[in-house]
Design a protein around this ligand. Structure first.
Ligand code: PRP
Ligand code: URA
Length: 220
């Protein structure tokens, strides 16, 4: 089995194990509901970010740390031992990012402003604000992973700055977008809350939830 197929296989297994969580699925159900208002929509996304971040933490490097309790006895615990940079893509990524940030509050943060052209489906990168990334674990949170074009633009900029690894978080990912990311780099770990099968002819995820930026903040 070549390296690419092996990585691909491991990715599919971890993606399936994540979205078989019924608590996460109940939150995905809520954000799909057209009656969920903007405030609730952002709150559910934040919760999704928190729960996925807890799952990511299980895969991060840890170190053993002792603490002496008031009972004068040592307790040993595994503490995350990574320099994390948490990155998001405006607008729709922001609530998801806030949820992940709650779990990794010591992280540095980075931001991209991008907008997908509705006809070409290519994103224009309008703003990049990143701390030094060399040797760090970069977690990119964006609510929708559709064609994967926006994430790939961010990944290509981030890769040039030599991070240790790149992890992606999304609420809903299209299978096509996942495939495009893994084709670019099969070592990237993707944590979607749910994977949908179809992208329609205008690049929207089906069944999806509509325009995530608009659902968070209103029509632009
Ligand atoms: C949405 C979404 C992702 C992107 C995903 O952003 O938030 O960033 O589309 O699509 P892709 O995988 O095909 O690139 P959009 O450009 O609509 O901007 P918004 O977040 O401001 O609404
Ligand atoms: N961006 C969204 O907000 N929704 C989609 O379905 C695809 C891209």
């Amino acid at each position: 089995m070549n390296k690419f197929i092996l990585f691909f296989f491991i990715q599919i297994i971890s993606i399936f194990s994540l979205f078989s969580n019924p608590i996460l699925e109940s939150l995905v159900y809520k954000i799909r509901d057209p009656n969920t208002d903007k405030k609730e929509f952002r709150e559910y996304l934040e919760k999704i970010g928190e729960y996925i971040a807890l799952d990511i933490a299980k895969d991060l490097k840890t170190k053993k740390q002792n603490i002496q309790t008031v009972m004068q006895v040592d307790a040993e615990h595994n503490i995350v031992d990574e320099n994390i940079v948490l990155v998001t893509i405006l607008r729709a990524g922001l609530p998801l990012f806030n949820g992940v940030f709650k779990v990794f509050p010591e992280s540095e943060a980075g931001f991209f402003a991008m907008q997908r052209n509705e006809k070409t489906l290519k994103a224009s990168v309008d703003y990049v604000a990143l701390p030094p990334l060399e040797g760090k674990t970069v977690i990119i949170a964006d609510t929708m992973l559709a064609t994967g074009g926006s994430m790939l633009d961010a990944i290509k900029i981030i890769e040039k700055r030599n991070p240790k690894n790149i992890i992606l978080v999304s609420a809903i990912a299209a299978q096509e977008g996942i495939d495009n990311i893994l084709k670019h780099d099969p070592s990237i770990k993707i944590y979607p809350a749910y994977v949908d099968p179809i992208l329609n002819e205008v690049g929207y995820i089906v069944p999806g939830l509509g325009d995530a930026g608009d659902r968070c903040y209103g029509i632009k």
